[in-house]
Design a protein around this ligand. Structure first.
Ligand code: NAD
Length: 486
């Protein structure tokens, strides 16, 4: 299907192909509620077509047979093609899920850097020669899985897909990407750009469709060797069931979060911390897996920090994502808006106070919200909302803060703010979290971040992403022993 404005067809075996179905779904602009595109609701048949193309490309060695540096060269060329299309990709993301365009363009820049950094890591994962008796060669070898399914979410549509696809590809796998139905257009273009930049056909395929159909078909496919997923914990659980029901495919699951930010009273100037905390739960309208939504504050600072947070929240500017002055877009879709609004209403009914000093708008825009007068067990402190909402709680001792921070079924990221060097060094060992930040925030554009690997804890998922650990997760280890004679 070719829309009047956007090409929505699946990209399979080096080409845009006609979908095998007439059924479509709508992609809606959350700011205007207008339809952006009608997209084919591909399912088993198209997924199977893509998996067959990916399998053929894997087996004949056109990709897996290349030296890592040759695959890296293809990724560098892909990154250059994305650079030329950066504004187009960011515009597509912004139109579909409402992120402010101005920082969407910056976000794409970071994502392209992440692809380049992944390419640069291509030769870092080395096979290992194991000491053995004279006459025996013993090797631990890293091999690609084969065909990797990538299932991605809508909150950073291109960024997350690019990072996952690049990691799988650089290790020699071939890929079938099923992007989120909320924002599939940029992801389809990514596959086309890779092909235009010279990537062999069948190496990177992208198929749009609904999760329960196309996503499920990919997860159940008997010829998909591994699946790397970013999305909700509920879908992560469904993927584990699908893997179990099919071929025991290997899984990397990067799921939901409810990240704590712990602020200790040894800090003098709270300005930078207050900036980081507000940014941490309102950035991308709070639709960030590592959003710091549980604000745990040492009691002596509580009143002062609360005032500083409210002042910054009132400075946020909501509105049209195309307006460069806008710092908060709408929530990404109507069901997301209904869900967050319902959870806020239920919290109010329980007696939780909701402080909303910032901009309120109609449509799918939601005011940034600070929830106070609530217990650590309150659903607002336990459930992932995926909206610009944080709960604020006071603590009296370090042990109490750690216990509150760890009181979550998730474990994606935890952050501590302190001037006490001893405390700073002791916190990571006590926090139950895949990533720990002390006095800093996630900055994906920083090249060193690409060398850091992390694996979530609890219901935030499992399997590493980032650095050599992330590359390793896109391979299987094989042991080889060779003796000169039998
Ligand atoms: P989601 O789980 O609803 O959808 C994610 C993807 O899974 C989509 O492509 C969807 O079509 C597909 N899907 C849905 N049901 C499926 C099924 N039964 N079988 C196969 N595929 C299926 O998540 P979302 O709403 O797109 O994204 C928001 C969630 O993603 C939040 O929970 C957020 O925390 C999480 N997230 C996690 C990270 C991380 O790195 N841990 C990063 C970003 C987002």
């Amino acid at each position: 299907m070719m829309n009047s404005v956007f090409d929505t067809r699946p990209f399979i075996d080096g080409h845009r192909v006609a979908p095998l179905t007439d059924v479509t779904f709508d992609v809606i602009n959350p700011h205007t509620s207008e339809r952006v595109a009608r997209v084919p609701a591909c399912s088993e048949a198209e997924i199977d077509q893509a998996v067959k193309a990916a399998r053929a490309a894997f087996v004949d060695g056109r990709w897996s047979g290349l030296a890592p540096s040759q695959r890296a060269a293809h990724l560098f060329a892909w990154a250059t093609a994305m650079e030329a299309a950066r504004v187009e990709l960011a515009t597509l993301d912004s139109l579909q899920m409402g992120m402010p365009l101005s920082w969407g363009v910056d976000d794409l820049k970071s994502a392209i850097e992440a692809v380049r950094e992944t390419a640069a890591l291509a030769t870092t994962l080395r096979d290992e020669l194991v000491p053995a008796a004279v006459g025996t060669l013993a090797i631990n070898q890293r091999r690609p899985h084969g065909v990797v399914g990538v299932i991605s979410p809508w909150n950073f549509p291109c960024y997350i897909a690019m990072q996952k696809v690049a990691t799988a590809l650089v290790m020699g796998n071939t890929v079938v990407l099923k992007p989120s139905e909320v924002a599939p257009l940029g992801c389809l273009l990514l596959a086309e750009l890779a092909s235009r930049a010279g990537m062999p056909p069948g190496v990177f395929n992208a198929v749009p469709g609904l999760g329960a159909q196309a996503g499920r078909a990919l997860a159940l496919h008997m010829d998909v060797d591994a699946l790397t997923f970013t999305g909700s914990s509920a879908t992560g659980g469904a993927l584990m069931a699908s893997a179990g029901q099919s071929n025991l495919k290997s899984l990397v699951l990067e799921c939901g979060g409810k990240s704590p930010q712990i602020v200790f009273d040894d800090l003098g100037d709270l300005n930078a911390v207050a900036d980081a905390l507000v940014q941490g739960f309102t950035f991308n309208t709070g639709q960030v897996c590592v959003a710091g939504t549980r604000l745990l504050v040492h009691r002596p600072l509580f009143a002062r920090l609360k005032q500083q947070l409210l002042a910054r929240m009132s400075d946020l500017r909501a509105g049209d994502p195309r307006d460069p002055e806008v710092t908060m877009g709408p929530l990404a879709n109507a069901s997301q808006h209904q869900r967050v609004s319902r959870m806020l209403q239920e919290a109010q009914d329980r007696g939780v106070s909701l402080l909303q000093p910032g901009p309120v708008q109609s449509g799918l825009h939601l005011a940034p919200t600070l929830a106070v007068d609530l217990s650590p067990a309150d659903p607002l402190m336990q459930e992932e909302l995926f909206g610009p909402v944080a709960g604020l709680l006071a603590f009296d001792t370090v042990d109490e803060a750690i216990a509150m921070a760890n009181d979550s079924r998730y474990g994606l990221m935890a952050t501590g703010w302190t001037s006490d060097l001893q405390l700073a060094h002791s916190l990571p060992g006590k926090l139950r979290s895949g990533t720990v930040h002390i006095n800093t925030v996630p900055r994906p554009a920083h090249s060193h971040a690409m060398h850091l690997g992390a694996e979530p804890v609890g219901q935030s998922g499992f399997g590493a992403e980032g650095g050599v650990a992330g590359l390793s997760a896109m391979t299987r280890i094989r042991s080889i022993e060779i003796r000169g004679s039998a």
